[in-house]
Design a protein. Structure first.
Length: 202
């Protein structure tokens, strides 16, 4: 039997009419309130963590952010570390223009793979994969989808819908999927909503 722990942050949008040829994430659909004083808007942020066993955890992430000006260029990337404790299964990326039209997709040859020299690393074979479209025509939107498998459960991912200033959030969610008898401990800070626990009957 599986149980789901989900935390969700979203802006409820009023339905609007879109042009027939509107793209995937047009900037024109961002609520004006989210644009005020913002350098970027997170359009979609989903993280799904599934604990299969104590030695296998899959993490799926879907991240879409609109970069409004050059001050947010440092947010327009995908990055993931890996070692003998985890592996990167897949990553896909798309670059959109202001109207939400697809400009191009990520090429595997563009992904940088470098050794990490952070003093906080617990393993000496830690490496880091990184990608950026290095786009400079504003506003633009990037979308990344990735999947990682961890071979331990000592450290599970956290959830921070807002990680820096001058960034608005449309939708952000975190889901944890476990067996029904798995004990989950959570610490919630600066968030008033409790996690939603559901059972899918498996």
């Amino acid at each position: 039997m599986k149980q789901f722990y989900t935390q969700y942050l979203a802006v409820i949008l009023i339905a609007v009419s879109f042009p027939a040829m509107a793209g995937e994430y047009p900037v024109s659909t961002i609520p004006k309130a989210l644009l005020k004083d913002a350098n970027a808007v997170i359009r979609r942020q989903e993280k799904v963590v599934e604990i299969h066993t104590l030695n296998k955890v899959t993490i799926k992430e879907h991240y879409v952010i609109t970069i409004l000006n050059e001050k947010a260029d440092d947010l327009a990337y995908w990055g993931e570390g890996y070692s003998k404790l985890n592996t990167i299964n897949s990553v896909d990326g798309v670059l959109y223009d202001a109207d939400g039209n697809k400009l191009r997709t990520l090429k595997k040859s563009e992904i940088k793979d470098e050794k990490s020299y952070s003093q906080t690393n617990l393993v000496d074979d830690y490496r880091y994969k990184y990608h950026s479209f290095y786009h400079k025509s504003y506003p633009y939107t990037i979308e990344y989808e990735s999947e990682v498998t961890n071979f331990e459960t000592m450290f599970l991912p956290n959830w921070r819908p807002v990680s820096t200033s001058n960034v608005s959030v449309e939708t952000s969610s975190f889901s944890l999927i476990t067996d029904n008898n798995y004990s989950v401990r959570m610490k919630i800070k600066n968030f008033n909503e409790a996690a939603v626990i559901s059972n899918n009957g498996k």
